[in-house]
Unconditional design. Structure first.
Ligand SMILES: [Zn+2]
Length: 542
């Protein structure tokens, strides 16, 4: 009899302790930052001109993993954002590309497409967006699930996929309408815009940015770590003969996407910070006695990076200006939430390849792979081998989708077709390796390119023959560049944490972007996303 009160007392005490621990041991806010297209090396190449309050918070006060990589192919924006927030790769979360061919529909779908929803704010063509194609939970979902959905989660990006995938299935997402310059959402989230969003839209902030001239932050001759501003490797805007500063946006915008042009300038980052701060205020994030999550993705570095390439003055200037925008963002968080009361991580959804034509002009191996020509080759080969027929249904993201039904009808072994097409593909210039779906299902690849391919291979959604191009090769045009490969120039990205619960330091231990979500799970004391394959980063947590 005497034991019971003691037991009850112990239970009460432990409940009190748990409550007390929870009250002390959680940050007020988690800020996730994904820079769309950022190489780890930018911290070093541009670092000497970073100010004190932006990127340097991560290198000087935070913890940086200097050898962090994507661990799958293809390294695109949709899969990148999904992988950061789900802690797993396309093999599991199902976002296998930005767009991919779906056999049952006989068409390609967009990663964040959802025909069952419509626009709220913005314009209809930009409103059919939700995270429904993502097959697992996110760290943002798990935070909400951990406390009866008292935590709020807000995803923000100019690109819809950069907002909706990080916000997860349970969060709110807002993206930028390139048609009318509004921030918008879809009926997946809301039936009408929250008043702070419509209030922000009435200020017409994009108009003021688009009336400016983008010039370099410092004298242009001081950009010595980049190639000369005028060269043949960068894509000029329409209406301007050369890819050179200054850029008069008021004059250029009409022929370069109107409101959408802001995405191709550093002002897209400024606008994103403006809107993130409006969300902080409008939703009172981090100011409600429970941990909230603000997931911000900066889309502009990707638009600028594609057009001008990683060695351009434009990319360098974008990062110097993004540094200032981050400082403004963090200073505001210090004031509103309190320094040390919030935790931030920064990463990228992929890095980027050097412009192939620049590589070639410098006598380095590189090239452009023409998908259309390759598709013609595969069609010619299959017709010659197996008789006239629609053997190749689709070729996209370096994956060949073959016609299983036709093979069955004609009584031809489907695996044999896969093998022969894969063998044939090796004849094409620029193709380094080829794998069949059967290889990827039956064998387990632990290392190198086939491992990365396997981590990106989804049994239900991926193609029948998967190609790996040579280093430096990509599907693109004569000017500008892209990303998507499993080579280090595309996979090596920043992973750094700063703020609440984070000691300062750095580590060159190999880490992957799928480790970010489980690291946050341990830090926050919540479940890992339900498809997690990454591991908590012990260098940061121990
Ligand atoms: Zn891109």
């Amino acid at each position: 009899m005497r034991k019971i009160p003691v037991l009850i007392l112990l239970i009460l005490l432990s409940v009190q302790m748990v409550v007390a621990q929870e009250a002390i041991k959680k940050p007020k806010l988690v800020v996730g930052i994904v820079v769309d297209q950022m190489r780890q090396e930018y911290f070093y190449r541009f670092g000497e001109r970073f100010g004190e309050g932006g990127f340097k918070r991560f290198t000087e006060q935070g913890f940086m993993m200097t050898n962090a990589h994507y661990n799958y192919i293809p390294t695109y924006t949709g899969p990148g954002h999904a992988s950061v927030y789900t802690g797993t790769t396309p093999a599991t979360h199902g976002i296998i590309a930005n767009n991919w061919y779906v056999r049952s529909l006989n068409r390609s779908i967009y990663c964040a497409e959802d025909s069952t929803v419509t626009n709220v704010g913005g314009t209809p063509e930009n409103g059919t967006i939700s995270p429904r194609n993502m097959l697992t939970t996110t760290i943002t979902d798990e935070l909400r699930l951990s406390n009866g959905k008292r935590s709020k989660t807000v995803g923000i990006a100019i690109k819809d996929r950069g907002a909706s995938l990080p916000a997860g299935h349970l969060g709110d997402a807002y993206w930028y309408d390139s048609e009318n310059g509004e921030w918008m959402t879809s009926t997946y989230y809301y039936d009408s815009l929250p008043s702070w969003v419509s209030g922000f839209n009435t200020k017409k902030v994009p108009d003021s940015y688009l009336s400016q001239t983008w010039n370099t932050l410092f004298p242009i001759e001081s950009y010595v770590n980049s190639f000369p501003d005028n060269n043949d490797f960068e894509g000029p805007f329409i209406g301007k003969d050369s890819p050179t500063f200054p850029y008069d946006l008021a004059a250029l915008k009409e022929n370069n996407g109107g409101y959408g042009m802001i995405a191709s300038t550093p002002y897209g980052n400024s606008l994103t910070v403006d809107f993130a701060l409006a969300a902080l205020e409008g939703e009172k994030l981090g100011q409600r006695g429970v941990t909230d999550f603000l997931a911000v993705s900066f889309s502009s570095p990707d638009y600028i990076g594609h057009r001008f390439g990683p060695s351009s003055v434009e990319v360098e200037d974008n990062y110097l200006r993004l540094d200032r925008d981050l400082a403004r963002f963090f200073d505001h968080l210090d004031k509103t939430i309190g320094a040390g009361e919030y935790v931030v991580f920064i990463t990228a959804d992929h890095a980027v390849a050097e412009v192939p034509s620049l590589m070639v002009s410098e006598k380095m191996p590189a090239g452009n792979f023409n998908s259309g020509t390759a598709l013609g080759q595969f069609r010619g080969f299959t017709n010659a081998m197996y008789g006239e027929g629609n053997w190749v249904l689709n070729f996209s993201n370096e994956q060949i989708f073959l016609n299983r039904e036709l093979a069955k009808d004609k009584g031809i072994d489907f695996e044999k077709i896969q093998r022969e097409v894969a063998e044939h593909a090796l004849r094409l210039k620029g193709v380094k390796e080829s794998y069949t779906a059967t290889d990827l299902r039956r064998a387990e690849f632990g290392l190198h390119r086939p491992h990365l391919l396997q981590m990106g291979y989804n049994h239900k959604a991926s193609g029948d023959v998967l190609l790996v191009l040579e280093p430096g090769w990509l599907v693109g045009g004569q000017r500008g560049t892209t990303h998507g490969s499993g080579y280090s120039y595309d996979t090596h990205v920043p992973i750094a944490f700063y703020g609440w619960g984070i000691k300062s330091g750095k580590s060159a231990t190999y880490a992957t972007v799928t480790d970010i979500a489980p690291t946050l799970s341990v830090l926050l004391g919540i479940r890992m996303p339900n498809g997690t394959t990454g591991q908590p980063i012990t260098a940061i947590l121990d």
